[in-house]
Design a binder for this molecule. Structure first.
Ligand code: SF4
Length: 450
């Protein structure tokens, strides 16, 4: 049973030293009980108390990492039901389903497409995360051959969907690091647990009922296997969605440890319609899928999922921002105009899209305004002459252009005089108020060369 704030408080040093970042031990204890703090934050807690408090200090949902290195995927460790309560932390992974009965040439083509389906958006790389290899043939040798083929073609971590003997054969034939083993059931749990232990791999559990879920995860936890992923076994959108909400609620609100693991879902097995498969994955991206296995991750469908995931998993308390700096657009050169705006990502995308559409080479200067848009940043004192001038003078833009003219957004025309005073020797030009007017402005504007 979860400990209360008072139970935790009794075990703390009660010095109110504040080193945990919270002013008093009592406030820290309350926060820890609510899952909003980690016991590691208190440097003074005794080892004895640590052992006693381990239950309370563990996150209500365990974080599980699949794979190793740059492509490893961490899922779970979520603290809230609703994104606006705090944020969601670990974005779910999309897995492409490959069956060992698939035509080898088709597999090559699918994997190449998966590798090529990578997008840059707001400074982040968007891509799929895993390949799930399924032993459809029932032949362990054939499964091992397909796992070897996939592992040598792509670095993404794997989900191995097979019975224990075939999974063991795959480990023998290929060098695979920490794949997700799918799945332990009441019938094969001991054999699966043995392989998971032997190879240090995370393990999915697939119970026949909610009661059996508790039995399986409790048994595996007792065997020292902590990195578990839940598949509730349902294969309809409605039931899977209900179960995702139920397990998340049980883990976070009821503190039921046997349910406190991330999930895996199978849109690929829920519908034969490729478009509906994307819709199912989108629903589970919003609530509360950990891994989604799909048979179609073609670029247009993948892009919709990637952008949805990116938006759901941004911190709602922090606006999406672009890094401060000068961005060359359309092959900007030393004669190209300099336009300045704020680092609110939406502002950046609207302005940069209009510039790109104009086909005119431009240096777009992005000032760090803590993610605020132009007028809001100006009103908050973050897009003001001193700050803009400091950004320009500390940058190396004068190594890149041979003029000293900067264009500011029309919405902050009022700062042009003051900015000219701050930026001695520079000419300040007031640009259009609306981004849509930038292309026509650029057609008739040319900075005067030094
Ligand atoms: S660091 Fe530990 S002892 Fe200090 S206030 Fe926080 S909980 Fe109390």
């Amino acid at each position: 049973m979860a400990l209360t704030g008072m139970d935790i408080f009794k075990q703390l040093p009660k010095t109110n030293c504040g080193q945990c970042g919270i002013p008093t031990c009592l406030a820290f204890a309350m926060k820890l009980a609510a899952g909003g703090a980690s016991l590691e934050q208190c440097p003074s807690v005794s080892e004895e108390a640590k052992a006693l408090l381990s239950e309370a200090s563990a996150p209500p949902m365990r974080g599980v990492t699949i794979g190793e290195g740059d492509y490893a995927l961490k899922i779970g460790e979520e603290l809230v039901m609703y994104r606006h309560e705090k944020t969601f932390f670990n974005p779910p992974g999309y897995a492409l389903l490959i069956e060992d009965t698939d035509d080898p040439a088709a597999v090559d083509s699918k994997l190449q497409s998966l590798k090529d389906t990578v997008y840059e958006r707001v400074g982040q790389t968007l891509r799929a995360n895993l390949v799930a290899v399924k032993n459809t043939s029932g032949d362990a040798g054939k499964f091992a051959d397909m796992v070897k083929k996939v592992a040598s073609a792509i670095e993404y971590p794997l989900v191995l969907m097979a019975e224990p003997a075939a999974i063991e054969a795959a480990f023998v034939s290929a060098d695979i690091k920490k794949p997700l083993l799918y799945a332990a059931t009441a019938a094969n749990v001991d054999a699966m647990a043995e392989i998971a232990k032997k190879y240090g791999a995370p393990l999915a559990v697939k119970p026949a009922s909610l009661d059996e879920l508790g039995d399986l995860t409790t048994k595996l936890d007792g065997m020292g296997l902590k990195d578990l992923v839940i598949d509730m076994g349902t294969r309809t959108l409605k039931e899977t969605f209900q179960n995702l909400i139920f397990t998340r609620r049980a883990a976070l609100k009821k503190k039921m440890r046997p349910f406190g693991y991330p999930t895996i879902t199978f849109p690929a097995e829920e519908t034969a319609d490729d478009m509906m498969e994307t819709v199912h994955a989108a629903v589970y991206t919003i609530k509360y899928g950990g891994v989604m296995v799909l048979k179609d991750l073609s670029p247009e469908k993948a892009y919709a999922l990637f952008v949805l995931r990116q938006n759901v998993y941004t911190d709602p308390q922090r606006p999406m921002q672009v890094d401060q700096g000068f961005y060359p657009i359309n092959g900007a050169n030393e004669e190209s105009p300099i336009l300045i705006t704020t680092n609110f990502s939406l502002t950046y995308f609207i302005v940069s899209s209009e510039i790109e559409g104009s086909k005119m080479p431009v240096w777009l200067g992005i000032v760090d305004t803590d993610g605020l848009s132009t007028l809001t940043a100006w009103a908050a004192g973050k897009f003001v002459p001193e700050r803009i001038a400091a950004f320009i003078t500390k940058s190396d833009i004068l190594d890149k252009v041979k003029h000293k003219t900067v264009v500011i957004p029309g919405y902050v025309a009022q700062i042009s005089g003051e900015l000219e005073e701050e930026l001695q020797g520079w000419k300040i030009v007031v640009g259009p108020r609306e981004a849509a007017d930038i292309p026509s402005f650029l057609k008739s504007f040319q900075p005067v060369m030094a």
